[in-house]
Design a protein around this ligand. Structure first.
Ligand SMILES: [Ca+2]
Length: 140
């Protein structure tokens, strides 16, 4: 089970960010697949919403900080009508990803990102929000 989680994580992050990675390739060839904001710049202290599949429901929302850099993104990765993936940025650099992998409205996977690219640590949570697994890859 422990070995399956990184693959699951990779699939989730990868699926959620495929369109962003098509447009941007941070670090160039050979670098790990890094989530990138769909819309990295926007109105200072503003937000933008998208209906990516045209079903009339917002499935992507991005909030910007006072300098117009992305501060937070929300994504409905499976178009269920509920946001299930949340990206948190500082100075436009990805710091943390929170996922509701069971689509039940509860965060069950938290991933801490190093240098905007590498998975530094992740935590698995049960349905009560209790941390049941921690994997720390070190760094800084
Ligand atoms: Ca939609």
């Amino acid at each position: 089970m422990t070995k399956a989680i990184p693959l699951l994580l990779f699939c989730l992050l990868g699926a959620a960010c495929l369109s962003a990675l098509d447009k941007a390739s941070p670090g160039g060839p050979g670098s790990p697949a890094a989530p990138a904001p769909l819309l990295p710049q926007g109105p200072p202290n503003g937000s933008v919403e998208l209906d990516r599949n045209g079903d009339g429901l917002i499935d992507y929302r991005v909030y910007y900080d006072g300098r117009g850099k992305v501060a937070r993104e929300e994504l409905d990765s499976n178009f269920s009508g509920k946001m299930d993936t949340f990206y948190y940025y500082k100075d436009g650099i990805l710091q943390r990803v929170e996922l509701d992998t069971h689509s039940n409205g509860k965060i069950d996977l938290v991933v801490y990102i190093l240098d905007g690219t590498y998975v530094q640590r992740y935590e698995r949570r049960d349905e009560n929000g209790k941390t049941i697994l921690v994997r720390d890859f070190g760094g800084k």
